[in-house]
Design a protein around this ligand. Structure first.
Ligand code: ZN
Ligand code: ZN
Ligand code: FE
Length: 772
């Protein structure tokens, strides 16, 4: 039977994040409402819709499709073409077939939705069910083993659905239609409570009750989350925070805090409208926010000693809501459940063993985490967001790079590692892996590479590494190449310079494929001259780069030790400025270093013993932080620079002299800083003027390089540009010079973004090579 009034039909192919996010039921409801007939079907590349009916209804359908799609859905491409009406009588969801190597996007994990939170109070079979989810929310990436995204390919496969869940799963108009992780109190995974004696409780009510009591007493609890375990305690209890730090072996690194709601958070931190959007988004990252100066007390000071920012996250699991409801506290610490620098723990038995002695209680649940994912961390810089750590809620969103990168595996750098694989014209950056410094993280890295290659059906044909031969990632790349050579033609391996990769990553994010001025500022990266770079101003495109200017080289007394101990860089700076008389200077920080160490350090510098050369801006910031006495030993990457940034104040124009050119010299700046410290100038003043000086050095160098080369785009990348004070100043000053500034947004500015740059550079070089 033909629908009355059918005059038109349309076939629409949609690409993007349209599977596993409630997209087909949405289309179904939309078509029903508009009185359209046809069908919708998942394909290997996305979703195809066929509709027929009145032309004006079809137009309305297409516009609603674009504007009202489910929260986690994302349409990257949509092609609608006229078709021949088939005289269909109704609208249906057709079965999908997935059998080619083409794949569709995998949704990141989604924070629990408000409808599910309501169901948790209302639905008889889901009262207080802490793993409730629907097509619009719940775990995705962390539970998926393989494509297509069906329950059988997730860690939920071991839980057969009860009759009720199955009915919901099969009912097109139900919110849980094809919600793969659907579960309830009758059929789903449950929570378990463990202490040092073993399993002590499986009733959820009992678990929450015990947890609440323990937290109020100042205890520490390990809780299994979406992508791994967390350690939690009362964020208002200084003793609990101290104990947590001590037991976890995390002495100074700031701790993230979960607030019960936005209103409670707003009492402690200032929240812009953009920051509110980030806090409340379905990706639910930790957002770095500015502490309110008018708020004293309530939160432990040991959360973020020496900093003016606090990492804040809102509840994103049903468990968080249920806990905070009963706890009646504004906030709890929510920090990754890992030991020192090892990966976040995901296995239940391992957690029970490893957290023994660290946590007073361990709360697990039976839903297995297949892909580990830490909480993501973001920060607003300028008008937009910059991602600092990219994992839960963001991974595995692809970055479209506008050129074929198929079959390329980029190994990334050494610290805050992420790797990247290419599929078609998409780059898939892995979740944050960590510092490749211990065997556990290295194993996690290798396993995750295997999983990505399998999941996205990529057979690598080319490997990209950093130039640094000692990085674990570089060695792993060579191993893959050598292994491939034993069974066939060895893979091609391309090494890429660290700072060029930084710039290319930011260019790729913005779709820039031309010559630009690149400003890559970070702590460490091997240069082509064998020295350690990190204050690079270059002319770059996606294929090559030319170094234009950089900071003067300074010796790093003790090599890598100077990274962990910024006071060594302060000595290096003093020797560079004052020569032999540096030893006799009486700066307060020097008294905190033993005389023997002082003399030995100067001996090393004087005689060039174990003093590799660096121009890394991170080391310059370290030196000033140590000179000011605010960070002599670094407990975490970037501690010195972060503490220096915390001191800087807006609205102060003072700065120190700087000589720009091929080599940028801060010699006179350091001389004055030394004098000002002796004269008791306020620390915040020196910190502010130092930031302003670095900004001037960059603006002058970049503007000159731009004018000389006839360019007007400046790309900023590297960990230094996580510094909001510096970066916002640079953007406004460069804009005044009619220069377009490009910052990272979806990919980290730190070394977590390097692999994206590596992949596009390799693709470009290969293309050039094969065409000429
Ligand atoms: Zn939901
Ligand atoms: Zn059920
Ligand atoms: Fe770097």
């Amino acid at each position: 039977m033909k629908l009355p009034g059918v005059t038109a039909s349309r076939k629409i192919a949609i690409k993007g994040r349209v599977q596993g996010v409630g997209f087909r039921p949405f289309i179904f409801r939309l078509a029903k409402r508009s009185g359209l007939a046809g069908w919708v079907q998942n394909t290997n590349e996305g979703v195809t819709v066929f509709i027929e009916g009145k032309p004006n209804e079809i137009d309305r359908f297409i516009s609603d499709l674009k504007n009202c799609s489910p929260v986690a859905a994302f349409i990257s491409e949509m092609q609608a073409e006229d078709s021949v009406p088939e005289g269909l009588s109704h609208f249906e969801i057709r079965h999908s077939q997935n059998n080619s190597s083409k794949i569709t996007e995998i949704s990141p994990d989604i924070a629990v939705c408000t409808e599910c939170l309501a169901d948790m109070k209302m639905q008889p079979h889901r009262i207080d069910y802490p793993l409730i989810n629907c097509t619009n929310c719940g775990p995705r990436f962390t539970i998926i083993r393989d494509l297509p995204y069906d329950r059988a390919n997730t860690t939920m496969s071991v839980f057969p659905m009860c009759r009720e869940c199955e009915e919901e799963y099969n009912q097109v108009l139900d919110r849980r239609f094809h919600a793969q992780p659907v579960a309830c109190n009758n059929c789903g995974p449950v929570y378990e409570l463990w202490d040092s004696t073993g399993l002590i409780c499986t009733s959820f009510d009992g678990i929450i009750g015990t947890a609440v009591r323990k937290i109020r007493e100042g205890g520490i609890i390990a809780v299994k989350g979406v992508g791994g375990f967390h350690l939690i305690c009362d964020a208002g209890n200084q003793d609990a925070v101290t104990v947590l730090r001590k037991r976890k072996g995390r002495e100074t690194k700031p701790l993230a805090v979960l607030f019960r709601d936005l209103e409670s958070a707003a009492c402690y931190v200032s929240i812009s409208s953009e920051e509110e959007r980030l806090l409340c988004s379905w990706r639910r990252p930790i957002v770095l926010l500015k502490c309110r100066s008018d708020h004293h007390g309530g939160l432990a000071t040991g959360l973020n000693e020496g900093l003016m920012t606090l990492g804040i996250v809102l509840p994103y699991m049903p468990f968080h809501y249920l806990l905070m409801e009963r706890l009646e506290l504004p906030a709890i610490v929510l920090t990754s459940g890992n030991l020192s620098d090892q990966p976040i723990i995901i296995e239940n038995t391992l957690a029970v063993n490893q957290f023994n002695g660290i946590a007073d209680l361990v709360i697990t649940h039976q839903r297995e985490i297949y892909n580990r994912a830490d909480d993501s961390v973001v920060r607003q810089i300028g008008a937009g967001m910059q991602i600092v750590r990219r994992a839960r809620g963001f991974c595995p969103d692809p970055v479209p790079v506008g050129q074929p990168v198929d079959g390329i595996l980029a190994m990334g750098a050494e610290l805050t590692n992420s790797f990247c694989i290419g599929k078609g014209e998409n780059a898939y950056l892995s979740q944050y892996i960590g510092d490749l410094k211990n065997p556990y993280t290295q194993e996690h890295y290798r396993n995750t590479i295997d999983r990505f290659l399998r999941l996205f059906r990529v057979k690598p044909r080319m490997i990209v590494t950093d130039l640094h031969p000692e990085y674990y990632s570089t060695k792993a790349g060579w191993e893959l190449k050598n292994e491939s050579g034993m069974t066939g033609k060895p893979l091609i391996l391309i090494p890429v310079q660290h700072h060029h990769a930084h710039i290319a990553a930011c260019m790729a994010e913005h779709g820039i494929d031309e010559r630009v001025i690149g400003v890559a500022f970070d702590g460490t990266g091997l240069g082509t001259d064998g020295h350690i770079w990190g204050s690079e101003i270059m002319v770059a495109d996606l294929e090559n780069f030319e170094r234009i200017s950089h900071f003067e080289y300074l010796p790093m007394p003790g090599g890598d030790k100077a990274v962990a101990e910024p006071w060594r860089m302060a000595f290096s700076v003093l020797y560079y400025v004052f020569g032999e008389s540096a030893l006799g200077l009486e700066l307060p920080f020097m008294n905190m270093i033993s005389e023997k160490q002082r003399e030995w350090t100067f001996h090393m510098i004087r005689n060039q013993v174990n003093t590799p050369l660096t121009c890394g801006a991170g080391r310059y910031f370290d030196a000033v932080a140590a000179l000011l006495g605010i960070c002599l030993r670094s407990g975490y990457e970037g501690e010195g620079p972060m503490k220096l940034e915390a001191l800087a104040r807006e609205g102060i124009q003072d700065e120190y002299p700087v000589v720009t050119g091929e080599v940028i010299s801060l010699r006179n700046a350091f001389r004055i800083i030394g004098e000002e410290i002796r004269n008791g100038k306020p620390l915040w003043h020196i910190a502010t003027a130092f930031h302003n000086t670095i900004a001037t050095a960059i603006v002058q160098s970049a503007v000159t390089a731009a004018r000389v080369n006839g360019l007007n785009k400046v790309v900023l990348s590297g960990g230094v540009f996580q510094n909001r004070f510096l970066t916002e100043q640079l953007v406004s000053r460069l804009n005044k010079e009619k220069i377009h500034v490009y910052l990272h947004a979806a990919v980290p500015s730190n070394d977590g973004g390097i692999a994206l740059g590596q992949i596009v550079i390799a693709a470009k070089r290969e293309k050039k090579h094969s065409s000429g």
